[in-house]
Design a protein around this ligand. Sequence first.
Ligand code: G3P
Length: 222
Amino acid sequence: MNTPIVILNYKTYSESSGLNALKLANDLKSAAEESGITMVASPQAADIYRIKKETSVPIYAQHIDPISPGGHTGANLIETLVEAGIEGSLINHSEKRMQLADIDEVVQLCKKHDIVSCVCTNNINTSKAVASLNPDAVAVEPPELIGTGIPVSQAQPEVVEDTVNEVKQLNKNIKVLCGAGITNGDDMKAAMDLGADGVLLASGIIKAENPKDALLDLVSKL
Ligand code: G3P
């Protein structure tokens, strides 16, 4: 994982679904080219193949199920997602929570398929717990700040700082990201000053009038 990194979680907003998902991927690609900062799209599973086919933006899935090929209706199979073009995946997002044993299984699947595993957590303790699974990255996001526009890096700096310290103490190679309410350049700079390797964000960019300008502003103070 190249850092600093910006991962844009598309979730299921209409502004980031279907053709809008492709438009947003092009914004990510040009903002990344202009700024030199790595920017990753994390669209819904149904939009992955089209984005891969029509852009060169790196893509992470939003979720992978702890399964192998077979009878699992409605599930996200890693083999299919890799074939569609993902380079990594979010795991255990607050809006798609998993049990620890399942997180472990998906981290192992990501290693097997040589893609990036980015495990989301809700606080310092869960960050420590998942760090012991040795994912590539841990992204801490206090759920109460998600979608509020109140940036974790400024409202709860201790969550970011302590997560960085605890995770790096266990394994200094694990990247630590933070998310929830991150919107502008000040928010991302604050995160990086606290030791984070990047940010995971959604509504501040997806709902912006001009997402490309918002992305350029996000990384303008690095
Ligand atoms: O995964 C990113 C996310 O949960 C943060 O959402 O809208 O507060 O940037 P948002």
